[in-house]
Design a protein around this ligand. Sequence first.
Ligand code: ADP
Ligand code: MG
Length: 335
Amino acid sequence: MSIRQLSETVIDQIAAGEVVERPASVVKELVENALDAGATRIDIVTAGGGKSLMRITDDGTGIAVGDLPLAVRRHCTSKLLDDLHAIETLGFRGEALPSIGSVAKLSLRSRQAGASDAHEILVHAGQVDGPRPAALSRGTVVEVRDLFHAVPARLKFLKSEKAEAAAITDVIRRIAIAFPDVRFSLAGSDRTETVFEAASPIRRIGAVVGQDFADNSLAIDAAREDVRIEGFAGLPSFSRGNAQFQYIYVNGRPVKDRLLLSALRGAYADVMARDRHPIAVLFITIDPRAVDINVHPAKADVRFRDPGLVRGLIVGAIRETLARAGLRGSTEGAA
Ligand code: ADP
Ligand code: MG
């Protein structure tokens, strides 16, 4: 016999290759878990661009002591659903924590609402230790240290501390727009702290994208069949040198989907120089059965049943809005 089954740790490390690309992907998974736990306040602390430390503290429901070992076990989730299309939580794969624990030092400290005390469980390179009693008044604290220490080959694919820290900030900004009533704070090793106080959706967009965006954008609201697009599209004159300020959400989830980004680009194609990029915040609402959010482990890409419909709606809605504001000629464009 020469065929053998891979060890659990190796299986988790392979899965981690898809879920955990860089520190920002860890922060994304952990913040999503906090949101799924109903947190109203999430504090993120990082050191070394997240390479040496990421600590996420939330005031959510917490995890029962008996559930702690399951939380770090593969394919174990409290969000289980029989219908993959009816998912209302951000997570559902039960992969993030075991993946992170297989390539870093993970600690999970939690106290469930109403529980008399808190407990902690540790996972180092796949080895689970605990749970044992710990001190915490409420919620959950997840700490990840020395990302990829267990798989050094992957360490060298990480960028500078500054670049990794910037990617973490980007993740928080994208999530913050989708959850305006949650307070977020983000502190890195440079001693600066970014805080997004709980706010109305409009004020949160202003806090993330910049207060001047309100005066330099147009409201978008259009629907075709069962797809709706709402949000704000920046004026062509308010463009940027990179595409970083394009925030797109599908049924409340931040995505970086290629089809959607290219539709946005197409909408501005004839009113913006090639090396300029529009600023936009777009919320797409679509029948969950008409979109698959499960094609990518990090759920950044989505697959639409009718991509042409979605693309046409985005391009059409933005072009018409620009034209109505006199910022764009008729179908001839601004040539
Ligand atoms: P998933 O989010 O797909 O369920 P994860 O590996 O991210 O998988 O988390 C596993 C489980 O651990 C979750 O289903 C949840 O029950 C629990 N969990 C993780 N983080 C938190 C948190 N911050 N607060 C409460 N429960 C959590
Ligand atoms: Mg999760």
